[in-house]
Ligand binder design. Structure first.
Ligand SMILES: Cc1cc2nc3c(=O)[nH]c(=O)nc-3n(C[C@H](O)[C@H](O)[C@H](O)COP(=O)(O)OP(=O)(O)OC[C@H]3O[C@@H](n4cnc5c(N)ncnc54)[C@H](O)[C@@H]3O)c2cc1C
Length: 510
């Protein structure tokens, strides 16, 4: 084990893996420490959204994602008699160039992420290594690592990111309190592999039956997921066994003859968050900073957004292109969005976690009428991030920007693959690079920024007209997109590109 790292990542779940890839791809010397000797095998996330798919594309998984995921176009909530309480319809084509909703198996995704991490020469993964002590001084952090055989080693890192899950060890060192919103329920989670292909319609739904609130969703290609709520008076021991799983699956035509039971376990769904994600050289990401009930399928997604927000900021600080104060914009941007997603997950949970028949009847009466009047709703649009490294007088700043299909020369594909990711100046009204004065061009070049003029006849061709539509709808001519695909800012004329880059330089200088 080498002595000094640029970034030490504590925890090798999907958030630690993604962060390690994003930093490793920039060439930083990253050490990952994971206390478990083997990957976590139990059922967890099954849904990821379009933005997370784009982040994973940026982490090198673009070609594998179609094999790992199954798009889901509906998510329906029904009462005990089959009436629709809520219908969420999502689109195959989204803002980010991926289906809005994608179903997958978390262990499969973690395997794919692990393969990307292992391919990076500058990232070292140390399993069966628990971080047991942290000491931060002004310029470095000392970490004490313990192996199961009792051997202890000490090493140093410039930055430490705790991606160490719900019981985070790193969080304890930030001196931060966890706010528990008091919404918790126990559920039995069961993943099965049907022996024969079977059409599941709807692909994803919630049975809001007070006799046994149940979730029935895709578990990714070739898999199905059932989740059964623990009823009042039922013990966890009673619920958490294979015989109970088969008994609860039987009414759905799922038996040992028709399916293999891949795994099952009981989880307590919780809604908790912490408001301090940085203390000097220590940072938090993923479940270490926030947990939410899974009804919106957003816990891991939020953690992967954390990794995407933090990685480029750490990269700029390590390169000396930004002051470390920009790391304070990581929590200021992420927390307001995470809070909204937690609240939304709780609201969905309140619809289904209702074991009382009278309360369920009241809910049904209110929701059926509203569902009829409204029809299918789109999925929750990702809320904008909070204030931070953004053009503060621009209402579009902090919102996600588009990834459309483009053609460059003879090749057609997604923008990030063909043009590049990182900071991007994009315009459909002219060449944004040609607007930069020498200083701004040199600064933007040092950032590794890319510039693209997208139009119906090139140089980069807007294959489906999505950029033309976006620019027209928002009445802007040029955007400056950050490496996490959020808009730093926009301008009404392509000449505004120079001001955008200058404002970015001021923001990075603090
Ligand atoms: C039933 C269920 C369904 C879910 N469904 C969804 C969904 O559909 N969509 C979604 O987005 N999310 C979902 N989630 C949430 C998602 O699974 C989690 O948010 C995600 O796994 C968190 O990833 P993480 O990397 O932050 O933490 P984890 O995956 O928990 O990884 C943390 C790692 O840190 C390690 N560690 C801890 N302490 C130390 C230490 N001191 N030293 C070294 N290593 C340490 C742990 O061993 C662990 O491997 C679901 C969760 C559950 C339980």
């Amino acid at each position: 084990m080498e002595e000094l790292y640029d970034v030490a990542v504590v925890g090798y779940g999907p958030v630690g893996q993604t962060l390690a890839i994003l930093l490793g791809r920039c060439g930083w010397k990253v050490a990952v420490f994971e206390k478990q000797p083997a990957p976590y095998p139990m059922p967890r996330a099954v849904h990821l959204d379009h933005e997370v798919a784009r982040i994973l594309q940026g982490a090198g998984l673009g070609e594998e994602l179609p094999r790992l995921t199954e798009p889901a176009h509906t998510y329906e909530w029904r009462n005990a008699t089959g009436e629709t309480l809520l219908l969420i319809g999502s689109k195959a084509a989204s803002l980010s160039g991926w289906p809005e909703s994608n179903m997958f198996s978390q262990p499969e995704l973690e395997r794919a992420l692990d393969a990307r991490v292992r391919a990076l020469a500058s990232v070292a993964v140390h399993r069966a290594c628990e971080v047991v002590e942290l000491r931060a001084d002004g310029s470095q952090v000392e970490l004490m690592i313990a192996s199961p055989d009792g051997v202890r080693r000490e090493l140093r890192s410039s930055w430490v990111v705790g991606c160490d899950g719900a019981n985070s060890f790193v969080r304890q060192h930030l001196g931060t309190a966890v706010t528990d919103l008091g919404f918790f329920y126990d559920w039995l989670i069961v993943d099965v592999i049907p022996r024969e292909p079977r059409a599941w319609d709807p692909i994803n739904w919630q049975l809001c039956d007070p006799r046994r609130p149940t979730t029935l969703v895709s578990g990714g290609p070739g898999r199905r997921r059932w989740e059964f709520m623990c009823l009042p008076g039922e013990s966890i021991a009673e619920l958490n066994n294979e015989a109970t799983a088969w008994r609860l699956l039987a009414p759905w035509g799922v038996t040992p003859d028709t399916a293999a039971l891949e795994r099952h376990t009981v989880y307590r769904f919780q809604a908790r968050w912490t408001d301090r994600w940085r203390s000097g050289r220590l940072l938090l990401a993923g479940d270490a900073a926030h947990q939410m009930p899974p009804f919106a399928g957003q816990g891991m997604c939020a953690g992967i957004r954390d990794a995407a927000n933090l990685a480029w900021k750490l990269d700029l600080v390590l390169k000396g292109l930004a002051r470390d104060a920009i790391l304070d914009t990581y929590p200021s941007e992420r927390i307001p969005q995470v809070r909204q997603v937690i609240d939304f997950s709780i609201e969905l949970g309140k619809v289904i976690c209702v074991p009382d028949p009278a309360a369920a009847a009241e809910r049904d009466a209110a929701m059926i009428a509203a569902a009829r009047a409204r029809g299918p709703s789109p999925p929750l649009p990702t809320p904008a991030i909070g204030p931070g490294l953004l053009l503060d007088d621009d209402p579009l700043a902090g919102h996600l920007f588009l990834q459309g299909e483009v053609r460059r020369g003879a090749v057609t594909g997604r923008f990030d693959d063909l043009v590049g990711s990182g900071f991007a100046l994009v315009s459909s009204a002219g060449d944004p690079a040609a607007q930069l004065d020498a200083d701004a061009a040199a600064f933007f070049g040092a950032l590794g920024g890319v510039s693209a003029q997208i139009a119906s006849s090139g140089p980069i061709v807007d294959e489906r007209g999505s950029y033309r539509e976006w620019f027209a709808a928002h009445q802007v001519a040029v955007v400056l997109q950050r490496p996490d695909f959020h808009l730093f800012g926009t301008a009404p004329a392509v000449e505004g590109a120079n001001r955008l880059v200058r404002r970015l330089r001021s923001a990075l200088a603090g």
